[in-house]
Design a protein around this ligand. Structure first.
Ligand code: AMP
Length: 189
């Protein structure tokens, strides 16, 4: 089983790379942001989620942890998973470690896509022209970076300590980053 987390600041290319990896290695792609966006039509819960997303804040840990665990259980027979956008807080990471232990799932690696905020911001603004995402605007982006620095970046140390962290240069073109990731997966598989 190959179980990966794709990690990085907003706009680093997590979603794009996760999709390519999932296709090549037949993994279940679990994007927390996409799963939340699918809930937007869902009455009161949808309204609550939209408020968090539009301000760039994280939705509460308990909500997202339950959502992700259910998504894994639904696909438990899968050849492996790639988590995209999850975990994003230490509490989420600890919950995932515990959940994996319970389910006897081994985390293979955390792929950290590295990009400066300036470069990532440029990409999100480009994406905003086609994404239709209400949180791809300059004000929300700034807050998403702030949240990333305060709540998500500490996970780098968490996974470094667990010797799971692999950092990849996120600057090259999509296909070149993917080549690099494929080479790494070949080594660790
Ligand atoms: P993303 O599509 O990964 O950029 O996520 C978009 C928004 O969804 C974030 O700004 C958060 O409001 C919310 N979100 C996505 N993943 C998480 C998570 N793991 N924990 C809390 N909120 C999340």
């Amino acid at each position: 089983m190959l179980n990966l987390i794709i990690f990085g600041a907003p706009g680093a290319g997590k979603g794009t790379q996760a999709e390519l990896i999932a296709k090549k290695y037949k993994l279940t792609h679990l994007s927390s942001g996409d799963l939340l966006r699918q809930e937007l039509e869902n009455g009161a819960l949808g309204k609550k989620i939209k408020r968090y997303q539009d301000s760039g804040r994280l939705v509460p840990d308990s909500l997202i942890i339950e959502m992700m665990e259910n998504a894994v259980i639904k696909k438990i027979k899968s050849a492996g998973f790639i988590f995209d956008g999850y975990p994003r807080t230490i509490r989420q990471a600890e919950a995932l470690t515990k959940f994996f232990k319970n389910k006897k799932i081994q985390l293979t690696a955390v792929l950290n896509l590295q990009l400066t905020e300036k470069e990532a911001e440029k990409r999100i603004l480009l994406r905003s022209q086609v994404s239709g995402r209400s949180d791809d605007n300059i004000k929300t982006i700034k807050n998403r970076f702030k949240v990333y620095r305060a709540q998500t970046a500490p996970l780098l140390k968490y996974y470094r300590t667990q010797e799971k962290l692999i950092t990849i240069d996120g600057r090259p073109a999509i296909k070149d980053v993917f080549k690099e990731i494929s080479a790494i997966i070949k080594e660790i598989k």
